[in-house]
Design a protein around this ligand. Structure first.
Ligand SMILES: [Zn+2]
Length: 150
């Protein structure tokens, strides 16, 4: 099912963890319209970066979310969030820095640069956090910092 011109429901629900553990990661029907909104945000990001955007994690059922160690209240479980990379543009850090000043323009509710060891990605959500100061943050093994760091 095509959600928007460049993003499918399959892409936004694919999970290697779910497959490995034989878990069904099919979203309930009420989540699908949220995934459409998420895909629409991803289209705006894609046209801003000018390159394909690859979703590494979108919707996660609670079971899948537990497996990947996500927090129970994760926006991923509500269909609001996607983790992305765009190698044709640059590193996740470069992507996060490019998107940070455009967060309100692109309708990004929350932008997180996440970096753990050699892995890094950009988390984008349509949901605006309760505290505006948390709208653009960096999460690493050292903890959470405001803005895109370093
Ligand atoms: Zn995420």
């Amino acid at each position: 099912m095509q959600l928007t011109p460049h993003f499918t429901l399959a892409e936004l629900t694919a999970s290697t963890k779910a497959r490995a553990h034989d878990l069904d990661n099919t979203p309930p029907p009420e989540i699908v319209p949220r995934l459409v909104r998420t895909a629409e945000m991803l289209e705006r990001i894609r046209s801003t970066l000018g390159v394909p955007v690859i979703v590494t994690s979108g919707y996660r059922s609670q079971a899948v979310n537990r497996l990947v160690g996500g927090v129970a209240t994760s926006d991923h479980t509500q269909g609001h969030a996607a983790d992305i990379v765009a190698p044709a543009y640059g590193t996740p850090l470069q992507i996060a820095r490019a998107l940070a000043p455009l967060v309100p323009v692109l309708g990004i509710g929350q932008l997180i640069y996440e970096q753990f060891g050699a892995s890094s990605w950009v988390h984008v959500s349509t949901r605006v956090p309760a505290q505006a100061v948390n709208r653009v943050i960096t999460i690493t093994a050292q903890g959470t910092a405001l803005g895109i760091q370093p």
